[in-house]
Design a protein around this ligand. Structure first.
Ligand code: COA
Length: 673
């Protein structure tokens, strides 16, 4: 789309500049060029007394153009453009019509005055992209709102809404009505000296203990992303050595991080996520309504799904088989909302509203007029089939009927039932009110409308939808199976469970594969293997099977891959497990921590590649989204496909799927560059 990028309109000696670079008015090179040219043009124009700068659409400026970060920086650089505006003799008024993020916030900070629309906000989310603000944000914000609040905004990515910005002294006013009219009127009143620039202020150094505590706290929360601590360090330089030194340190760090693996990984996920929510194949397809949603089964999964639906402002009816089971399900839902209050995610009134949107029912009769029903009952084919048989009798023929199965073949659950166009699998992850991933699995007869409804539900619930083909374990659990098998294979190579777990923690996972199995319980996967064996699959007896047969089911039985003292979650290496594994070990050089991690990630990427080759995923970026948002893969490593491609192909071409990838490689996608 070609636009003017920045439109100028002069009204009574005020130049109104409107940034018009859809979709988010990003400050790409052409916009910076035009802004720099306008800054000097307006300075020389005697017919202009003041400038009002605003954005077209819902966003003021969504930041630097992230798509440019894969190329070397190009002039004019944003810090120079902002410096020219700050140094102007005429007042510049930023009229924030919506979000001012990253470079957009820095641009607003460089203006002499800021007027916020009620719904506007200002934030510096660069650290979420593995970067730090690169155009003065780390220096101007602390001088405007104080050190501690600025550190929080910059390192934790918190945004300031209009009223918070006003309380913090950042907003000169909040528009009561028409933002532009009020900004123009405000600009007309300005004829005194301009306010002091941010750089004129110095900040008191709170001393080493403050910085040490902040560094420790921020590093812990960052979980391997180096950017938040780097931002803190740039702020520290500005406090200790002054504004100019702070700006130099900031720019140097920004340029260094811009080329880092972590920033490339986080950019990849940024674009992958945005591509995933809007699949091209569903453009223009109207989803079914979802005014009334039924959830069948009040266990951990069903209650979590009902809670997620209610938290999104939709109505959920939770169905159970009897009054006691229903009461237990509703109690789980209540407990979820109570925990959300404790964690500050909502207040008491919000929790009460959410709870009021969940109703309970015994039997399925009350689901007859639902637009969408999600089945989350026991993972048993016959039980699930009975549920779907009844639903097809009860519900409208156009109601969407979804199963939340993890391991069963959804086609077998609905085989032979009428109106197969409306069946789909929606695979939530536990706890469903928290986990962002939703695998959406169309069946052979699923129509685009049904599929579009799955995506619309994900958008409404704030989930990240990934379309998966109907293969065993879909995407995530299939890779998990391979990951676990590879972890066991490492034991045969002489690594201990704790060495494997530590290697994966060091890579960035919150937990290693063996501690994770102990937490979840070893028996579920064991039962699945036994069922497969019963059906004739030739699955060799592995150490996991032996542990379960020896009664070691994980934490809940006091021991699994590790021993646990009663009531304790602290794992201790187990002599029993070591003795069990010892005869299986083939002596060879023991793998190092790095080799362990690379081997496990390599196995995940290889399985991901197979899934792509079999047409069961839309592209490698979707594999990465599944692992990052459903299985704790460290975000700053970008997912197994990205990580493996970036480290260099292990075989010709490296991971790549046939067909379109859903991350645009021009914007830093997974394709090796
Ligand atoms: N640079 C380049 N493209 C950007 C962008 C940026 N800074 N911010 C958003 N976009 C693109 C998205 O990729 C998406 O493109 P697509 O339509 O091709 O998928 C489009 O703009 C809309 O973005 P989306 O996030 O879907 O819109 P939204 O209305 O939900 O949110 C924002 C708008 C600005 C709040 C959100 O896009 C955002 O947070 N952007 C990043 C802000 C940021 O981190 N800035 C610092 C950069 S260093």
């Amino acid at each position: 789309m070609t636009t003017d990028l920045i439109r100028r309109r002069d009204i009574d000696q005020i130049a109104l500049l409107t940034l018009a670079n859809p979709p988010v008015n990003a400050l790409g090179r052409a916009v910076r060029q035009k802004l720099a040219a306008l800054a000097s043009e307006l300075e020389a124009d005697d017919s202009v007394r003041a400038v009002v700068l605003t954005g077209e659409g819902r966003v003021f400026v969504g930041g630097a153009d992230i798509g440019e970060f894969d190329r070397p920086p190009e002039e004019p650089h944003l810090p120079d453009v902002i410096a020219a505006i700050e140094a102007a003799r005429k007042p510049w008024v930023a009229a924030l019509n919506g979000a001012a993020l990253g470079g957009g916030a820095e641009l607003a900070l460089g203006c002499h005055y800021r007027i916020f629309a009620k719904e506007a906000r200002l934030g510096l989310p660069e650290t979420a992209l593995g970067l730090i603000p690169g155009a003065g944000g780390t220096q101007r914000l602390p001088r405007r709102i104080g050190l501690a609040p600025a550190i929080e905004v910059i390192t934790a990515g918190r945004t300031l809404w209009a009223d918070e910005a006003q309380d913090a002294g950042l907003a000169d006013r909040i528009a009561a009505g028409d933002l532009i009219a009020e900004a123009l009127a405000f600009a007309r009143t300005l004829d005194g000296p301009l306010p002091q620039p941010a750089g004129a202020a110095s900040l008191a150094d709170p001393g080493p203990a403050f910085w040490e505590e902040a560094r420790e706290r921020i590093a812990k929360a960052a979980r391997g992303n180096p950017a938040p601590v780097a931002a803190l360090e740039a702020i520290h330089v500005g406090v200790a050595e002054g504004f100019a030194a702070g700006l130099r340190a900031e720019r140097e760090t920004f340029l260094r991080l811009r080329g880092s693996d972590e920033a490339a990984a986080l950019r990849h996920l940024f674009f992958a996520k945005r591509a995933a929510v809007r699949p091209a194949a569903l453009r223009g397809i109207e989803p079914a309504p979802m005014a009334r949603i039924g959830v069948i089964g009040g266990g951990t999964m069903g209650s979590g799904i009902a809670a997620a639906i209610a938290a999104a402002g939709l109505e959920a009816t939770l169905a159970e088989t009897g009054p006691d089971a229903l009461e237990a399900g509703l109690t789980r839902v209540r407990a979820i909302f109570e925990a959300q209050v404790t964690r500050g995610l909502t207040d008491r009134a919000g929790a009460a509203d959410r709870l009021a949107r969940v109703s309970g029912t015994v039997g399925l009769g009350a689901l007859a007029d639902c637009d969408l029903v999600i089945e989350a009952v026991f993972e048993d084919l016959a039980v699930k089939r009975r549920v779907f048989e009844e639903l097809t009798r009860l519900c409208r023929p156009d109601a969407i009927l979804a199963t939340n199965t993890s391991y069963l073949d959804p086609e077998r659950i609905v085989a032979g039932l009428p109106n197969p166009d409306r069946f789909i699998a929606l695979h939530f992850f536990s706890p469903a009110q928290v986990m962002k991933l939703l695998e959406i699995v169309p069946l052979a007869a699923t129509t685009s409308r049904t599929l579009a409804t799955g995506f619309a539900l994900a958008a409404r619930l704030g989930k990240i939808p990934v379309q998966a083909g109907n293969g065993e374990g879909f995407i995530g659990n299939r890779i998990l199976k391979r990951y676990r098998a590879e972890a066991e294979a490492l034991l045969f190579a002489g690594a201990s469970p704790s060495e494997v777990d530590q290697a994966m923690r060091a890579f960035g996972f919150g937990m290693g594969p063996f501690e994770m199995q102990d937490m979840a319980g070893l028996d579920i996967a064991f039962r699945a293997r036994e069922a497969a064996r019963a059906q004739g699959q030739d699955l060799p007896e592995g150490p996991g099977d032996r542990l379960v047969r020896a009664g070691r089911l994980g934490r809940k039985s006091g021991g699994g891959w590790y021993d646990y003292a009663s009531e304790s979650r602290q794992p201790h290496p187990s002599a029993e497990v070591a003795a069990l594994i010892a005869p299986l070990v083939t002596p060879r050089p023991r793998p190092s921590a790095m080799e362990i991690a690379e081997r496990l990630i390599g196995a995940m990427a290889e399985e991901g590649q197979r899934i792509c080759d079999e047409g069961l995923a839309q592209g490698p970026a979707d594999i990465d989204l599944v692992e990052v948002h459903g299985y704790g893969f460290p975000r700053h490593k970008g997912g197994p496909m990205f990580h493996t491609a970036r480290k260099g192909p292990t075989r010709a071409g490296g991971p790549a799927c046939p067909g379109p990838t859903n991350a645009d490689p021009r914007k830093g996608g997974a394709a090796p560059t």
